[in-house]
Design a protein around this ligand. Structure first.
Ligand code: NAI
Length: 216
């Protein structure tokens, strides 16, 4: 087993996919699986899977394979899904609502405790049982509740000011949907950028450079 700090980011980025696959196997009542079978279902190689799991001590047993519920639980532990990092969301528009409804309904390691918007008309609305508060209350709310993480669903034009305030009042990690470069402005905080457009542009490139494009 390598030290947790030495595990490569590419291994860490594969863990959620293992977790998701194992969740589905578990839901389908599968209790035991070989690394070969898991690899073939996931489009990986068995040695890749063994290498990834060995970074955390290895979970299989020679001749048995993996116990699915146990492995699912262990990967969940590594991903800290049972933790509830206090999280706030800024921007209760279309994206903010969708993220609140879809992303905070299952265990993720994060607990949404507050939603903020500058549009008075949205304040007081409830999203998944959480009231939308006026952004003017952000600072006091953070002092009282000490959130650690912020989800940013506002236009990048407003992000500089909001990010400075959030960092000042103790936010340590950002799930950033805006195009604003938080990491550049605040190199000491953790940032995970999510850009659906990047994914679509990548697909566009691949679609246009492979043989799937229809000739006109
Ligand atoms: P929207 O207009 O429906 O919602 C934006 C909300 O942010 C509004 O309710 C507005 O009042 C609020 N807001 C703006 N400035 C604020 C501030 N300083 N403090 C508090 N609230 C503020 O827009 P939508 O569709 O929800 O998109 C939000 C942002 O996310 C846009 O900038 C858009 O480009 C981006 N986006 C990113 C995606 C991604 O994949 N990363 C996908 C879709 C949108």
């Amino acid at each position: 087993m390598v030290g947790r700090d030495d595990i490569s980011i590419s291994v860490i980025k594969r863990l959620p996919r293992y977790y998701r696959f194992l969740q589905s196997l578990k839901e389908n009542g599968i209790v035991r699986i070989s690394s070969k079978e898991l690899a073939s279902r996931m489009g990986l190689t068995a040695s890749q899977i063994r290498h990834d799991f060995n970074c955390f001590g290895g979970f299989g047993q020679q001749g048995y394979g993996y116990n699915v519920p146990e492995l699912h639980g262990k990967i969940g532990e590594i991903l800290c899904v049972e933790k509830e990092i206090k999280t706030i969301l800024i921007g209760a528009g279309n994206l903010g609502k969708a993220v609140t409804n879809k992303m905070f309904s299952k265990k993720s390691g994060f607990k949404l405790i507050g939603i903020f918007d500058k549009n008075e008309a949205l304040c007081g609305n409830m999203i998944r049982g959480i009231p939308v508060r006026n952004i003017n209350y952000l600072e006091n709310f953070c002092i009282d509740n000490s959130p650690i993480c912020a989800v940013t669903c506002i236009p990048s034009t407003d992000m500089g000011e909001i990010t400075d305030l959030l960092v000042k009042i103790g936010i340590k990690c950002f799930w950033n949907f805006s195009t604003f470069d938080i990491a550049m402005a605040h190199p000491d905080v953790l940032v995970e950028d999510v850009h659906l457009t990047d994914s679509l542009l990548t697909l566009g490139y691949l679609a246009n450079t492979s043989n799937t494009e229809s000739e006109d």
